[in-house]
Design a protein around this ligand. Structure first.
Ligand code: ZN
Length: 223
């Protein structure tokens, strides 16, 4: 009889251990079985609460999108509303000329004049840049970022509108591709020049991106 009970106990242990495998961080079955009966009774409700909390708080898979959302919080977070609608509509204006690139636009709650894009097509434009740009100039912002993504010269983790001095070739190439996208959409590429002039004027000369912005504006003026 004692042997049969032991076999049953072992079988039950195996089933129970399989069921609680994901929750081992909360509970150790071996410890539980060695406690006296009154202690076991006390621990059962605690164990149940731990299971419920574990189920509620289990983190979802970490995707690129969740990473970029947390990145966006450093820049004031994401804004919804009329600006988001305007940005989405402007992306749609260019969509047919983006070589199949699917942009996912977001507005950053920042007064800085800046835009960023990620290799997965996520595009972030600041509230400040949106408010400073006319419709065609906002299209130029998107076209420049799309130029980065189409050329696949996106620096990690993001491509930036202002650019970095050591990546001047990538910035000039993105401007050129952006101008071509604008022309294909029936928008004057002068919008790219106007937009960059506004960003340059809002940038302090001591800013690391200022020299490159001046070079890019000069190149567009000369064309
Ligand atoms: Zn850029």
């Amino acid at each position: 009889m004692k042997k049969r009970w032991c076999c049953l106990k072992i079988r039950l242990m195996h089933i129970f251990q399989a069921k609680i495998a994901p929750y081992k961080r909360y509970f150790h079955l071996a410890c539980f079985l060695h406690l006296n009966p009154s202690m076991r009774l006390c621990l059962i409700p605690i164990f149940c609460i731990a299971l419920i909390l574990g189920g509620c708080q289990a983190p979802g898979p970490v995707t690129e999108t969740t990473i970029h959302r947390s990145w966006a919080t450093q820049y004031g977070g994401i804004l919804r509303g009329p600006r988001q609608y305007r940005l989405s509509q402007t992306c749609k204006r260019l969509a047919a000329r983006l070589n199949g690139l699917h942009l996912k636009p977001y507005v950053l709650n920042s007064t800085e004049l800046a835009a960023y894009s990620w290799p997965n097509g996520e595009l972030f434009v600041t509230q400040g840049l949106m408010d400073a740009t006319a419709p065609d100039e906002l299209a130029a912002v998107i076209a420049h970022e799309a130029g980065h993504l189409i050329a696949q010269n996106t620096p990690q983790p993001t491509a930036m509108l202002r650019g970095q001095k050591h990546r001047s070739g990538a910035e000039i190439r993105a401007d050129q591709l952006g101008c071509r996208i604008l022309e294909d959409c029936g928008i004057s590429p002068i919008a790219m020049l106007r937009m960059l002039q506004k960003v340059q004027q809002a940038t302090a000369p001591k800013d690391p991106s200022y020299g490159l912005l001046c070079d890019r504006v000069k190149l567009l003026e000369d064309h």
